[in-house]
Design a protein around this ligand. Structure first.
Ligand code: HEC
Length: 394
């Protein structure tokens, strides 16, 4: 039996990560919505700040939010935290299995920086936990009390990290690390602030001590940050499917624009919960993403300048740079089957995938993976010219 542990571990962890992420973000969206939709109870109720009636799945629900806490601690109190923790733990495990164990293939791009495996891993971890330290420092500084300014500074810090990472790691390795910084800060908010503060509030209540309102305010600040970071982090997690973005030479800028668009769209919905409709935020968000699509579609002209490139030349390039992985039986030790089923070891395979080959190896530099084989710009242009002329095979 030829059991490929990495593949199945990858499948299990990714599945878990997506499910936990859906549960976490779903609960988080729900609570932001709930909080923003609370209305003062009529008639007034002692200690109750707001309430909401809702109907769902054949029943009526009545939620109430207390000013600090109810007079009596309920026997059964649900803490929302394992959705967040499971998302982070499964995501981190996936990062290790895919990008750290598989660093030579997925993380290191020797044409950007010739890391050793240990060096690449240490750098990745330094970005993730360094990012968390910077974020915590900013939140606790006076900047933490000025939400808009804080947002701008944190956005610039992340964009700086994206710039550095896209110049150090493979395209997808860079993006996943930006996502890991944001995701770690978001889970850190739950683990380091929201839950501990909530515990202190409960303990003070039970002991009959006055509850410090700053504890709740700090939790609220972090939960507001989390909701703004949601759309960007989700984009990053699926960005692997969009090499036109990740493989662009200005990928860090495209990521910044898309993220700004995501924050703007999220902000529209937050305002709408309060009954404030400002379509400008949706419009701005969509325009930013559209703007990115225009930038990313601006193709280099190299392919057109090249004269006819005959099939054997294109085939030789693909043989040299692609088929170790992309063949029915790969010889690359990291692969037991052609990635995504894409095999170019036959002329028919090359013709069938011509469009995608252009997307991944000509218009962007996302292939060969990590440029292990050191393909040259000239070879990319030659491939492009062969495809441009109709990807003819004998
Ligand atoms: C070291 C192994 C490796 C080499 C070498 C390599 N690739 Fe890939 N390729 C992958 C992996 C892994 C994937 C799947 C992950 C992804 O989409 O990024 C992939 C995906 C692709 C896809 C997307 C297929 C689809 O249908 O989604 C294309 C197209 C592609 N590669 C083209 C190329 C070309 C062209 C070359 C040579 C210039 C090349 N690759 C070299 C590993 C490799």
């Amino acid at each position: 039996m030829d059991y490929d542990v990495t593949t199945w571990l990858n499948l299990g962890l990714r599945w878990l990560h997506v499910i936990a992420g859906v549960a976490w973000i779903g609960a988080s969206f729900y609570f932001v919505w709930l909080d923003n939709n609370l209305r003062p109870p009529v008639p007034e109720k002692e200690g109750v700040k707001g309430e909401l009636w809702a109907v769902h799945g054949g029943g009526f629900y009545h939620s109430q939010k207390y000013l600090t806490a109810p007079a009596h601690m309920p026997d059964h109190l649900h803490w929302f935290k394992w959705e967040a923790y499971t998302t982070w733990l499964s995501g981190f495990a996936l990062l290790i299995v895919l990008y750290y164990v598989g660093a030579p293939v997925y993380l290191i791009d020797a044409s950007k920086h010739a890391f050793s495996q240990a060096g690449a891993i240490a750098t990745g971890l330094a970005f993730i936990f360094g990012g968390l330290a910077v974020y915590e420092g900013l939140c606790r500084s006076p900047l933490g009390d000025r939400p808009r300014l804080f947002g701008m500074v944190w956005f610039l810090v992340l964009t700086g990290a994206a710039y550095a990472l896209t110049h150090l790691f493979s395209d997808r390795g860079a993006f996943i690390h930006v996502g890991a910084i944001i995701g770690t800060c978001m889970v850190g908010n739950v683990f380091l602030v929201i839950i501990p503060n909530q515990r202190r509030i409960v303990a003070d209540m039970l002991a009959g001590r006055p509850v410090d309102p700053r504890l709740g305010a700090m939790g609220k600040q972090r939960s507001v940050h989390n909701t703004h970071m949601t759309l960007p982090v989700i984009f990053i997690m699926i960005s692997n499917h969009y090499p036109a973005v990740t493989g662009h030479h200005l990928a860090w800028l495209l990521l910044a624009l898309i993220s700004a668009g995501g924050v703007s769209i999220r902000y529209f919905f937050i305002l709408r919960h309060h009954g404030i409709i400002k379509p400008g935020y949706i419009f701005a968000g969509v325009m930013l993403v559209f703007f990115v699509s225009v930038i990313a579609s601006h193709k280099p002209k190299a392919a057109q300048a090249m004269s006819d490139v005959p099939f054997p030349v294109a085939q030789a390039i693909v043989q040299k740079h692609c088929v170790t992985c992309h063949s029915a039986v790969p010889t690359h030790k990291g692969f037991t089957a052609p990635p995504n089923g894409a095999a170019f070891d036959t002329p028919a395979g090359m013709a069938r995938y011509a469009g995608k080959i252009r997307e991944r190896a000509v218009d962007s530099t996302s292939m060969p993976l990590g440029n292990e084989t050191h393909i040259t710009d000239e070879e990319r242009a030659q491939l492009g010219a062969w495809i441009e002329a109709g990807a003819k095979t004998p």
